[in-house]
Design a protein. Structure first.
Ligand code: ZN
Ligand code: ZN
Length: 1022
C-alpha cells in the first residue's frame, strides 16, 4: 500500500464538529498568541472595537459585525500588522437598568429607590458580568480572535474620569448649557430622550390614537367657535392658544364654526376672512373649568407653519406639551402649562384628572368635552408615533431642565473632520454630514440611576463647579471619601465638595449621563490620552476591577494608535457611536477619531421581516452554530453587500454549504490521486516550476489573479468582493482545470498534482480570514501535515506573494469557457446529450480562442471545430425593463425597427436600430440556425453545432455510455481508483467492442473485455 501523505476526507464536511476541533487545537497550540508575537513591532493597524451593550447573549445580528471585524483583523495579521485586539463592553445606561427592573419586577423609579440604589447598582453589575461571559463564549465560538480578558468595560472609574475630563473641557469652553425646553419624554423611565435616541430603528411605530375635533367658543362673537383637531386629548387641559395661518382663508359655517376653507372646500360659508383677521380673538379654553386653564387668557395667534393638509387649519397650542408649541410660547409670550409630572401623571391642581396617566385621562377628557357640547367629532387615527427604545412606552412631550452641549461652535469643525474620513459605502458618509448639519444640542443628562455620574455641582451662589478627575474630587471633597467604592451612584452622591467661588458645600446634581458619552470616550480612555505614566491594569478600576486586566497606557502609546485606521459598525451607529466619538474627538483634539469606516445595513429574516423573539423568527447564535456552523454563518455575513439588508437564515446556509462542498470535493479529488502515487509537495517550492502544460500554466496565472483580486477587495474592506472572486475561482478550478485534467490525475502526473496542490493551498490562504475553521482544517491536512517545513497554521503563514498575472492568457481561456458554455446551451436546447459526439462546431466572433480548437473539440465532444460565419436568422427584441426607462417615447420606433428586421449588428453584441445604438443588456437576441444546426449566441459570440448523426457517431455514443455505466458500477462496488477489472458485456454491444474496445478498456481500467451471450454488463475485480 502506498504511503498516505494526506488524510482521506469524508464525503461531506461536518462543520460544527471540525470547528470545535480547530478551536481546541488553536487553544492548545497558542496559535493566536504566536501570531501576535510574530507581528509585534510590525507596522500598526489600529482598529477600535465599538462596545457591545452587555445585557444579552450573542445574537446573530451582533455576530455579523463581529465577523467583519475579525475578517479584516485576520487579513491585516496575515500581512504582518501589529494590532491591539481589544474587545469592549458597554456597561451602563438604561438598557441595563430596564433589564434589571424587569428581572426584579419593578415598573417605576420609586420601586428602585425603595429597593436601594447600592443594591440596584450591584444587580446591574451582575447583569453585565453574566452578559460579558456569554458574549465571550459566543464570540470565541464564532472564531473571533480578540485579546479576551483585556477588554474595556465602560463602567470602569478610568472611563468615567475620562468623560469627566471631557465635560470639564466642554464647560471651560462655555459649551455646557442648562436647557429649559420641551422634550420627548418616556413616562415609564421618567427621563427625557436625546435626538439620536429617537433616530434608532423601532422608535416610530404605527399606533391608533383618538382623533378629536373640538370647539373653542369665541368670546366676543356670540355663537361662533374655532374648531381644532388633536390626536393627544391629554394636552387639551394645557391649551393656551389657537394658531391660524395668516394668509389662508377661513370660513364660518352656519353652525358658527370657523375652519380653513382649503380643508373643507365644498361647504357653504356664511362669512369668509383671512387668517390674519382672526388673530387676537379671545376664546374660552377647553378646560377653563380647571384652575390652570381658568388663569389663562386664551387667544388666536398667527403661525405660518400651520398645515392645510389635515385637521381644520386651526391648531391647538399647548407649550407645555409640544416642541413647536414651546418655541411659539417664547415668540408670543404665552404662559406654559405643564400638566403631568415625571411619570406622566396629572399634577394635583388638575382636579379630577389628578393622578391619572395621559392614557387613563383620555376617556375622561373625551367624555367631559362631550357633556359640555364642545366635541364636534371623535374617531380614531392611525399614524407612526415615537416609543421609548428601551421600554416601548409611547413618548410624551414635557418641559424639562436638561444638561446640553451646545453644538453651535462645533458643527463646522465636525463637518470638516468628517470630510477626512473614508466611508464605505460612500453614502453613509453623506448621512453623517446630513446628521451633523441638522443635529441639535447634545442632551447629555438622564434622570436615572445606573449610569455615568455627571460631575456637575451647581452652587446656590450661582457658580457651576465641574469636577474633571478623581484627584480633583478628592482634593475638594468635604467628606464621604471613605465610602466611595466606585465613582458611581449612590456612593458618589455622598461626596459633597466645596464651591470654588464661595466655599459653601455643594452637592452633585442627581442626573446621570447619556450612555453614548461612555462609548464615545473609548479612543481616549483605553489608549491613555494625556496619561503621564503607563499604569499596569490601570483600566481595571471601579466596577471593572476583577473583570479585566487592561492597562492604562501612556500618552506616547495614544500617539501611536490614534486615530483608528478602521472602525466598523451598523449604519444606525452614524448617529450614535460614530457620532459621539467624532464629537468628543473634535472637542479634545480637533480631528476625527477614525480614518476609515465600514458601515452595513440591517439584518432581517429570510422573508425580509425584522427578527423578533415574540414572532418566533429569531435565530439564536447558538442554534446557528449547531445547525450551520460558524464558517457558513461567516460566509453569509461576508457575502452580503454592505449597502443592502441581510436576509439571514437556514436556506441561505444550505446553499453556502453546497458551495463549500465544491472546495471540499476538489480537495478530496486531489487527496485521492495524490495518495495513490504518494505525492509529496514542498512548502519551500510552493509554486510549480519546470515544464508546465498550457493548462497548468493557466491555473497558476489564474491563481495569481485570484490572489491579487482578493487582495484589492480586502484592502477596500469589501468581503463580499472576496467571496465573489472566490466563487469564480472555484468554478474555474473545478469546472475547467480539474475536468480538463482528469486523465492526467489518473496517470499520477506530478505536474498536474503540483499545480492543483498549489492552487488549493493559495486558495486556502486567501479565504482563511473569511472561513478560518475550514481553511485551517484543510491546511493542516494539505500543508502542515505533508511538508515538514510548513507553518503549523494557515494564520502563521504570511499573505501569499505572487507575480502579476498574465491577464491576456486569462482572457483567452475565459473566451474558451464562454464558447463552451454557449455550445452546451445550444446542445441542451436541441435536446442532444453531451455524450453524443457530433461532427462539427462553427464559432464566430470569439477572437483569441483559435489556438484552443482541440481543447474545445474535446470538451464539447465534436470532431471538428471551424471558425467562420454562423449562418442563422437573427431575431432581436427590446429588453423592456432596461430599455423602456432609458428610451421613453422613442421606444416605439426602436421596437418597430427591430420587429421589421431593420437593424444592424455591431461588434461586441451591440445593435443599431432606428438610429440608436443598443447595448447587449438592452436587447434579447434569438438565433435560429439553418436546418440541421443548433445555434446559440451571447455578447457578440455565436456558435453552431451540426445536429446530423451517422452510424459511427451513434456507435461512439454507445461506447461513451458504456464507459459511464461501468464507472458507476466500479464506484458502487466500492473499488479503489487503482483496481483493475474484467469487464463482460452482452452480445448486443459487439460492434462497440469491435470498434472502441481499447478505449473502453483504458477508461475503465479493464485488463480484459469479454462478450457474453446475453443479459447485463458485469464487472469483476481482476
Ligand atoms: Zn422608557
Ligand atoms: Zn458657591
Amino acid at each position: 500500500m502506498a504511503e498516505q501523505v494526506f488524510q482521506p476526507l469524508p464525503t461531506v464536511p461536518d462543520h460544527p464538529s471540525l470547528e470545535e476541533e480547530v478551536l481546541e487545537w488553536w487553544e492548545r497550540e497558542g496559535i493566536f498568541d504566536r501570531l501576535r508575537e510574530r507581528n509585534r513591532g510590525g507596522p500598526i493597524f489600529s482598529f477600535i472595537d465599538g462596545p457591545v451593550t452587555a445585557n444579552k447573549t450573542l445574537a446573530v445580528h451582533t455576530a455579523w459585525g463581529r465577523t467583519l471585524k475579525d475578517v479584516f483583523q485576520r487579513y491585516k495579521a496575515l500581512r504582518g500588522f501589529d494590532q491591539r485586539y481589544q474587545n469592549g463592553f458597554d456597561c451602563q445606561g438604561l438598557w441595563i437598568e430596564v433589564g434589571v427592573e424587569h428581572e426584579l419586577g419593578f415598573n417605576s423609579k420609586r420601586e428602585i429607590e425603595e429597593y436601594g440604589l447600592d443594591k440596584f447598582a450591584r444587580k446591574c453589575r451582575d447583569a453585565v458580568v453574566w452578559s460579558a461571559e456569554e458574549l465571550w463564549k459566543g464570540s470565541k465560538r464564532l472564531g473571533m480572535w480578540m485579546d479576551w480578558g483585556n477588554d474595556y468595560f465602560t463602567f470602569s472609574d478610568t472611563n468615567i474620569e475620562y468623560v469627566w475630563r471631557f465635560l470639564k473641557t466642554v464647560h471651560e469652553r462655555g459649551w455646557l448649557v442648562m436647557g429649559h425646553r420641551s422634550t420627548e419624554w418616556c413616562p415609564r423611565c421618567g427621563t427625557s430622550l436625546s435626538q439620536h435616541e429617537l433616530s434608532q430603528s423601532g422608535v416610530y411605530q404605527e399606533r391608533l390614537d383618538p382623533s378629536l375635533f373640538v370647539r373653542f367658543p369665541v368670546l366676543d362673537r356670540h355663537g361662533e367657535s374655532l374648531v381644532i383637531w388633536t390626536t393627544t386629548p391629554w394636552t387639551l387641559p394645557a391649551n393656551v392658544a389657537a394658531a391660524v395661518k395668516p394668509d389662508a382663508e377661513y370660513g364660518r359655517r352656519a353652525s358658527g364654526e370657523w375652519v380653513a376653507v382649503a380643508l373643507y372646500p365644498d361647504e357653504d360659508y356664511e362669512e369668509r376672512l383671512p387668517g390674519s383677521a382672526l388673530v387676537g380673538w379671545r376664546y374660552s379654553g377647553p378646560f377653563d373649568t380647571l384652575p390652570p386653564g381658568a388663569a389663562v387668557e386664551h387667544r388666536v395667534i398667527p403661525w405660518d407653519e400651520v398645515t392645510l393638509d389635515q385637521g381644520t387649519g386651526i391648531v391647538h397650542i399647548a407649550p407645555g406639551c409640544g416642541g413647536e408649541d414651546f418655541e411659539l410660547s417664547k415668540v408670543h409670550d404665552l404662559p406654559v402649562l405643564m400638566p403631568v409630572d415625571e411619570s406622566g401623571r396629572f399634577y394635583d391642581d388638575y382636579g379630577w384628572l389628578h393622578g391619572l396617566s395621559t392614557v387613563e385621562a383620555t376617556d375622561q377628557i373625551v367624555g367631559n368635552l362631550g357633556e359640555r357640547g364642545l366635541l364636534v367629532q371623535a374617531t380614531t387615527y392611525a399614524h407612526p408615533y415615537p416609543h421609548c427604545w428601551r421600554c416601548d412606552t409611547p413618548l410624551i412631550f414635557r418641559i424639562a431642565d436638561d444638561w446640553l452641549i451646545s453644538v453651535r461652535d462645533l458643527r463646522q469643525q465636525m463637518l470638516d473632520a468628517n470630510a477626512t474620513v473614508a466611508w464605505t459605502p460612500e453614502y453613509m458618509g453623506k448621512r453623517m454630514d446630513d446628521w451633523l448639519r441638522n443635529m441639535g444640542d447634545w442632551n447629555i443628562s438622564r434622570r436615572r440611576y445606573y449610569g455615568l455620574p455627571l460631575p456637575f455641582y451647581p452652587c446656590a451662589c450661582g457658580h457651576l463647579n465641574v469636577i474633571g478627575s478623581r484627584a480633583e474630587l478628592e482634593e475638594r471633597a468635604l467628606g464621604g471619601l471613605d465610602q466611595l467604592e466606585e465613582l458611581r451612584r449612590p456612593w458618589i452622591d455622598r461626596v459633597p465638595i466645596g464651591c470654588e467661588a464661595c466655599g459653601e458645600p455643594v452637592e452633585r446634581v442627581l442626573e446621570v449621563g447619556d450612555v453614548w458619552l461612555d462609548a464615545g470616550i473609548v479612543p481616549f480612555s483605553t489608549l491613555g490620552w494625556q496619561n503621564p505614566e503607563w499604569v499596569p491594569q490601570g483600566y481595571a478600576t471601579g466596577a471593572a476591577r476583577g473583570l479585566t486586566t487592561a492597562d492604562l497606557p501612556d500618552h506616547a502609546y495614544w500617539e501611536q494608535w490614534f486615530p483608528a485606521d478602521w472602525v466598523s459598525e451598523m449604519r444606525e451607529q452614524i448617529r450614535l457611536w460614530f457620532y459621539s466619538q467624532l464629537f468628543m474627538s473634535v472637542v479634545l483634539t480637533g480631528r476625527a477619531p477614525f480614518r476609515q469606516v465600514l458601515g452595513y445595513e440591517k439584518m432581517l429574516d429570510e422573508t425580509g421581516r425584522e427578527m423578533h423573539g415574540s414572532w418566533g423568527n429569531m435565530i439564536e447564535a447558538e442554534d446557528a452554530f449547531a445547525r450551520m456552523g460558524a464558517d457558513v454563518m461567516r460566509w453569509q455575513y461576508c457575502a452580503q453587500l454592505p449597502s443592502q439588508n441581510l436576509l439571514f437564515g437556514f436556506h441561505a446556509a444550505d446553499q453556502i454549504k453546497g458551495k463549500l462542498l465544491r472546495l471540499w470535493n476538489s480537495v478530496t479529488f486531489f487527496v485521492s490521486y495524490a495518495n495513490i502515487v504518494s505525492f509529496r509537495p514542498s512548502w519551500t517550492e510552493l509554486e510549480p516550476g519546470g515544464e508546465l502544460r498550457p493548462l497548468d500554466r493557466w491555473l497558476v496565472e489564474r491563481t495569481h489573479a485570484f490572489v491579487k483580486d482578493a487582495e484589492a477587495s480586502y484592502e477596500a474592506f469589501l468581503a463580499n468582493d472576496v467571496i465573489r472572486h472566490f466563487e469564480a475561482y472555484l468554478d474555474d478550478l473545478s469546472n475547467w482545470y480539474i475536468r480538463r485534467s482528469r486523465r492526467r490525475f489518473w496517470n499520477g502526473e506530478p505536474e498536474a498534482l503540483e499545480t492543483l496542490w498549489y492552487a488549493l493551498v493559495q486558495a486556502l490562504r486567501v479565504v482563511a480570514p473569511l472561513m478560518p475553521f475550514l481553511t485551517e482544517h484543510l491546511w493542516r491536512n494539505l500543508v502542515a501535515g505533508a511538508c515538514a517545513d510548513a507553518p503549523a497554521s494557515v494564520f502563521l503563514a504570511p499573505w501569499p506573494e505572487v507575480a502579476d498575472p498574465d491577464r491576456a492568457l486569462l482572457a483567452e481561456i475565459a473566451g474558451v469557457r464562454a464558447v463552451v458554455e454557449l455550445a452546451r446551451s445550444a446542445r441542451g436546447e436541441a435536446g442532444i446529450k453531451n455524450r453524443q459526439p457530433l461532427r462539427k462546431l462553427v464559432i464566430e466572433g470569439a477572437p483569441g480562442v483559435e489556438s484552443h480548437a482541440d481543447e474545445i473539440a474535446d470538451e464539447l465532444n465534436v470532431k471538428e471545430v471551424e471558425f467562420g460565419p454562423v449562418e442563422s436568422e437573427l431575431r432581436v427584441k427590446p429588453n423592456l425593463p432596461v430599455l423602456g426607462p432609458k428610451l421613453g417615447k422613442e421606444l416605439g420606433a426602436v421596437r418597430a425597427a427591430l420587429a421589421a428586421g431593420e437593424f444592424e449588428e455591431l461588434p461586441g453584441g451591440r445593435f443599431r436600430a432606428a438610429g440608436r445604438e443598443l447595448e447587449p443588456d438592452e436587447v434579447l437576441v434569438e438565433r435560429t440556425g439553418r436546418e440541421g444546426w443548433a445555434v446559440a449566441s451571447a455578447d457578440g459570440v455565436a456558435v453552431a453545432l451540426e445536429k446530423r448523426l451517422d452510424d459511427e457517431l451513434r456507435l461512439e455514443a454507445d461506447a461513451l455510455d458504456l464507459i459511464r455505466t461501468v464507472n458507476v458500477m466500479r464506484k458502487d462496488a466500492g473499488l479503489e481508483l487503482t483496481d483493475r477489472i474484467v469487464l463482460t458485456v452482452p452480445e448486443s454491444l459487439a460492434a462497440v467492442v469491435d470498434q472502441f474496445g481499447d478505449r473502453v478498456k483504458s477508461e475503465v481500467l479493464a485488463v480484459e473485455l469479454r462478450t457474453g451471450r446475453a443479459g447485463d454488463i458485469s464487472i469483476e475485480k481482476a
